[in-house]
Design a protein around this ligand. Structure first.
Ligand code: LCS
Length: 411
């Protein structure tokens, strides 16, 4: 198995082979009703909610020692387990947990790390549902969050209180692509004995493996790059074995954000091509960001790979590939944003990201249209802001589509 074999450590080899031991195990190779055996090359799907026991002793021992057998799919399932082993290897963590959605993973991780009265220091610009969870829902359980500009590690440290239990980060952030200095935040968290958590959805383990730098808990919306197929909603937590066990037996089981075997299996079909896809996302995004920066209708471009990104040096130091997300501001504000996305032909107007298709959204007229203008401006969601999730189409075709749409904007 790849975890134990230090000879094979390439990302693609890991993405393809890690965790896939079940198929070759002697128990799996038992004969079928016709007396035949056969070893499936792909991870099998266990599409069942419960598991049967041959007698009460076997059932009782599965309850006492869960490692001895599966009981119920909300507690665990062999297809989920293969996915979890693969995720742990990819992120360089001790263990992993697959969840029903990115938000399922985020809430499970926070409910595991926090207790009543706990305090969180969080990055001020986060994925909107994460912000809402910290700002609206957790306060009802006596958990407060102080939001800071975590691009400055001093601001993270200054916000720490005696009751701070978690430092919560995203890097790059959604949608403004701000970065956090992971080494600096690890040092702060360790000095103050606080659990550090990062949402690594935008970077993927191909670009950065925060656990290997000392971050305690890594989260993913696997809906995005990890599955890559735009077919599932799924999430993941990677961290120390004790934290993952605690999450599995507590918040995951009791709040119920378990992944379905089918979605775990679809994600398992996506991960083997992640390194290949991610390299192409990065290559296409770099070409497109450079094109956008030179276009007269564009006020500014944020892409960690561009020298104009305020944290480009940090990006070079801590990222191995700058990702597929680009955010721009159009000169003519809201009207330009709406008109631009309406003119696109290959690129799709859609939320979500990390798909093989190029997805584009204009938050001011869509996802954030209900947010008052002053509030949007304060959080950086300006009127002409357009977010691209660059896909895997031929880059010349994506550029041609963006160019024809930009050229229709008023000069
Ligand atoms: N974390 C990040 C960074 C995200 O971008 C999202 C979803 C989530 C967590 C939540 O994951 P989910 O529960 O949807 O699997 N981001 C979305 C976005 O930017 N547009 O639509 C969803």
């Amino acid at each position: 198995m790849i975890v134990a074999n230090k000879m094979y450590q390439g990302k693609s080899t890991e993405a393809i082979h890690a965790g896939e031991t079940l198929q070759t195990s002697p128990t799996y190779r038992q004969k079928d009703q016709a007396g035949k055996t056969g070893t499936p090359l792909l991870p099998p799907i266990y599409q069942n909610s419960t598991f049967q026991f041959h007698n009460t002793e076997e059932c009782a021992s599965a309850f006492i020692d869960e490692a001895s057998g599966y009981v119920y799919t909300r507690w665990g399932n062999p297809t989920q387990a293969i996915l979890e082993q693969k995720l742990a290897v990819l992120e360089g963590g001790e263990a992993a947990l697959a969840a029903a959605s990115g938000m399922g993973a985020i809430s499970t991780a926070l409910l595991t790390a926090l207790a009543e009265g706990g305090h969180v220091v969080a990055m001020e610009t986060l994925y909107s549902a994460t912000y809402n969870l910290l700002n609206d829902d957790l306060p009802r359980f006596g958990i407060e969050t102080t939001f800071v500009d975590a691009t400055d590690p001093n601001k993270v440290e200054s916000a720490i209180r005696p009751d701070t239990k978690v430092i919560y980060l995203e890097s790059p952030t959604n949608p403004l692509l701000k970065l956090v200095d992971l080494d600096a935040c690890v040092e702060i968290a360790k000095t103050h004995n606080i659990t550090s958590i990062i949402d690594n959805t935008f970077a993927t383990p191909c670009s950065q493996q925060p656990v290997t730098l000392g971050i305690d808990v890594v989260l993913h919306s696997m809906t995005k790059y990890l599955s890559g197929n735009g077919a599932v909603i799924a999430g993941a937590i990677i961290g120390k074995k004790a934290f993952i066990e605690h999450a599995k037996k507590g918040a995951l089981r009791n709040f119920g954000a378990a992944i379905s075997p089918f979605n775990a299996w679809l994600t398992l079909l996506g991960i083997p091509t992640l390194p290949l896809r991610f390299a192409r996302h990065c290559e296409n995004a770099m070409r497109i960001a450079t094109f956008l920066e030179a276009h007269p209708a564009v006020a500014w471009v944020r892409y960690p790979g561009l020298p104009s990104h305020p944290q480009h040096e940090l990006a070079k130091r801590q990222m191995n590939g700058f990702g597929g997300m680009i955010t721009i501001e159009l000169k003519d504000g809201r009207v330009a944003g709406e008109k631009f996305v309406n003119q696109l032909e290959i690129c799709s107007l859609a939320v979500s990201l990390g798909d093989v298709r190029t997805l584009v959204c204009h938050p001011a007229s869509t996802t954030h249209s209900h947010v008052p203008t002053e509030v949007r401006q304060k959080t950086g969601i300006t009127d002409g802001l357009v977010r691209f999730s660059i896909g895997l189409e031929d880059v010349e075709d994506i550029i041609a589509d963006i160019e024809q749409a930009l050229n229709k904007l008023p000069k």
